[in-house]
Design a protein around this ligand. Sequence first.
Ligand code: CO
Length: 134
Amino acid sequence: MIGKLNHVAIVVPDLTAATALYRDTLGAAVSQPVDLPPHGVTVVFVTLPNTKIELLHPFGETSPIAGFLKKNPSGGIHHICYEVDDILAARDRLKAQGARVLGDGEPKIGAHDKPVLFLHPKDFCGTLVELEQA
Ligand code: CO
């Protein structure tokens, strides 16, 4: 059911330093920082040949990743995102198998303007999983 790995999201305490690390030390192509106020994050997109890395930093007072950064002051992997062809079919299949979908279970428009859902980390090997409609 799941398709390509769309991205791995890493929360970082210093976006400028993390961007320099990926650009200068690892030699990757990085974007300018993009503020996404509805999501409460500023993101730098790192483009790799086969997937993307998203460097996330809290934006605004009520950022959903502020707590993560408090618990992980040096940053860490926040979630991984898999593509699916039909997000509602994927959701229904997962729910039928007992997986918990976060929030109200309805897809939201994600950072790439496509419908996304998040799955409970306790149901997926301790990893927050995002599904994105391809
Ligand atoms: Co994501």
